[in-house]
Design a protein around this ligand. Sequence first.
Ligand code: GUN
Length: 296
Amino acid sequence: MAIIIDGREWAGKKREAAAFRTAALKKRGIVPCLAVILVGDNPASISYVNGKERALLEAGMKSRDIRLPADTAEEEILSLISGLNKDRLVHGILVQLPLPGHIQKDQVIAAIDPAKDVDGFHPVSAGNLILGRPGFIPCTPHGILVLLEEMKIPSAGAHVVVAGRSSIVGKPLANLLLKKEINATVTVCHTGSGDLGRYTRQADILVAAAGKAGLITADMVKEGAAVIDVGINRISDERSPKGYRLVGDVDFDAVAAKASYITPVPGGVGPMTIAMLLLNVVISAEAATEAATEIS
Ligand code: GUN
């Protein structure tokens, strides 16, 4: 039976560290602040954004909460971002994804000042990550690396198979794992890979990040593999007061019987994403403070 990785516990520790660094900044009169832009009323996005804002406040940071109707014009969002880029009291800018269909996501993300790109989605951040240069690391992949490290799951020489090639998780995670300090061998699978099990069965560490409930079944997992489930899927459940419950991409019970480690959903990778976001906001505020000190 696998050891269940308690993402809430590790996230709590990282959030405490972010709160500690925030307190140090506050003594110097700086309050780390994240501007959060939510366009539309996607229920999952509302829930994520509320969670992020709660966590910011709990860590002693500020949240600039910007909620816009679904029919907001792209130009309005671009001009809002332009103002936030110039605002010295704002250290990070997060545009919750997905955006409504009429808005070009890439244009919006590219409008964010890379120095405030705490999501790590800007092309400059992505380029820095690929080249192994300093820059903001996307929060979910970063959270996964922290969990592997804290649980002492060896990554050097390990074969990591990532199911999913999104720009938010799969691609940045693959690039992080390739870094010399981590030294994994990485396979990225996607909808064009055909027989997914052919690849996943070779994984020492399997990361399921496809957003598809029940994608990874026990027969697709090698005995003793570590399994990281990034999926957050809502499936209808009449017994739940909300009418749905959250499940990952992994058939949890059957896979847990075979794996060495496994992350649950909820309570695994999700809380780490928020913790890493707080860390990026505090890093950005520290960097802005250092830059201001150098100038004065
Ligand atoms: N939508 C799903 N995950 C994320 C995330 O990490 N950041 C943003 N901005 N949107 C998301």
